[in-house]
Design a protein around this ligand. Structure first.
Ligand code: ATP
Length: 453
């Protein structure tokens, strides 16, 4: 067993098994954009559903929102994005490439052997200048003044501008939260590392509105909650850490920020940011819109602008972390296998139903088992190729259970259930299968990579 997961291995498996493809490939690709294939869609959907579950189903103080990607341009003036959502950009006059000035040590300028931009005497870098990361577009058929709009660079602002709407219908009082999942767009200067940094990505953000005096308490609460979420979904604790931002790293709106970091193959990197945003956002939108965004407590007569605690995660980055954490290569009886040891709740397919041979009534019985399971969980039926090959295919997409129908199944209506991680096989009555698998999928789970680490 090895834990030498490289990004190349993840990229190759993702392509080979239909998780994630480079976008526009038949046209030569468009740098750092990706398309999700069948198993990628199922995996990322499970990640997002687990996030929704933790926000909506397991608590009663958060409501959902799905705001528009195109918003009034004043939103981005008020939020500070128009003036300040920039990264420092440098050009190299020699090779014509552009780089993020604060990432030069992590970047390569394409020379062989590989060099960092600015590392050789021939490199001729311009001074850094601010580059706004927002994608601009035009609303309506005529490009005229007033028709400029932006693709949202974060989902959070859609939440703040709906604060009043939500407050009116939901009958919530602080502390309460508004959660949203959706696409965001940033014209990153140097995207890369597969789906870690792309220009189009999905965010999972929740804004939690609290009485100002309780902000520190709720900040601590959300740090612990978000760390627990990753660990409950099987991320190995020794690959996860919380990193407190130093004062000079803090955004203009934040009085405290901590990142949840994961040990990616590229080193420790941000998975999610948790910030205490104070009253900044609601105050700004009140000033720019003229709408009072505050809470009035009828019981006490108190009126105040709630403070905001924000856990902001990336659905694609989380998906990448789960893939990396799950990836394993093992030798079993002299044969090599690649396996994704994903948490069963995240696994794209929960169970595969496999007749041992394609005759003697086995496919018919297998289809009956398939029909009994598919209404309950994502199930796959596969009768093509040797049983070994079919197991390997399911291992590579992380399917936790394979159900095999053999000659005995036709005699006594039992099947074997093969466990992806332990490889144990047990004989189970067909009638007990749906309940047994549902129960196992709901049980707490720990990465088997932990036990051997
Ligand atoms: P970074 O420092 O990596 O650029 P950030 O601090 O700007 O990230 P936030 O604005 O806090 O990121 O966004 C919250 C989350 O959204 C990030 O933790 C990350 O998971 C995700 N995210 C941000 N930018 C990208 C991107 N370009 N591609 C994929 N995910 C992203």
């Amino acid at each position: 067993m090895t834990d030498t997961v490289t990004m190349d291995k993840i990229v190759a498996l993702s392509k080979r098994r239909g998780f994630i493809f480079p976008s526009s490939e038949i046209y030569g690709g468009l740098g750092s954009t990706y398309d999700y294939g069948h198993y990628g869609v199922l995996l990322k959907t499970n990640v997002k559903n687990e996030w929704w579950r933790s926000m909506l189903q397991e608590r009663d103080d958060i409501v959902a929102l799905d705001s528009a990607i195109l918003q009034h341009p004043r939103v981005w003036e008020a939020s500070g994005h128009l003036a300040g959502f920039t990264d420092p950009l440098v050009d190299c006059r020699t090779c014509g490439q552009r780089f993020r000035a604060d990432h030069l040590d992590d970047l390569s300028c394409g020379r062989k052997p590989s060099k960092h931009p600015g590392e050789t005497p021939e490199c001729d870098l311009t001074p850094a200048r601010d580059f706004n990361l927002m994608f601009e577009t035009t609303v309506g058929p005529v490009k005229e003044s007033g028709s400029t709009a932006y693709l949202r660079p974060e989902t959070a602002q859609g939440i703040f501008i709906n604060f009043k709407n939500v407050l009116q219908f939901s009958r919530k009082k602080p502390p309460f939260g508004i959660a949203q999942i959706g696409k965001s767009f940033r014209n990153e200067i140097t995207p890369g590392n597969f789906i870690f940094r792309t220009r189009e990505f999905e965010q999972m953000e929740m804004e939690y509105f609290v009485p100002p005096a309780e902000a520190a308490k709720w900040f601590a609460h959300w740090l612990a909650e978000r760390e627990r979420w990753y660990i409950d979904l099987g991320i190995r604790p020794d690959h996860l850490r919380m990193r407190v931002h130093a004062d000079d790293e803090l955004s203009h709106y934040s009085s405290a920020t901590s990142d949840v970091e994961y040990l990616f193959p590229i080193g420790w990197s941000e998975l999610e940011g948790i910030a205490n945003r104070g009253a900044f956002d609601l105050t700004q939108h009140t000033e720019y819109s003229g709408e009072k965004l505050e809470y009035f407590d009828q019981a006490t007569g108190e009126r105040y602008v709630p403070h905001v605690i924000e856990p902001a995660a990336g659905a694609d980055r989380a998906t990448l972390a789960f893939l990396v954490d799950a990836y394993d290569e093992e030798e079993i009886d002299g044969e090599q296998r690649t396996v994704l040891k994903l948490h069963p709740r995240l696994a794209p397919v929960k169970v595969a139903v496999l007749p041992l041979v394609r005759k003697d009534g086995q496919p018919e019985l297998a289809r009956e088992v398939y029909a009994a399971l598919r209404g309950r969980m994502q199930t796959e039926y596969d009768e093509g190729g040797s049983i070994g090959r079919r197991y390997r295919r399911q291992d590579e997409i992380g399917t936790p259970y394979c159900v095999t129908i053999d000659h005995q199944s036709l005699e006594d209506r039992t099947v074997t259930v093969r466990d992806r991680d332990s490889l144990a096989q047990e004989r189970v009555a067909i009638d007990d299968l749906p309940a047994l698998l549902s129960e196992r999928l709901a049980a707490p789970w720990q990465s088997p990579k932990l036990a051997v680490a």
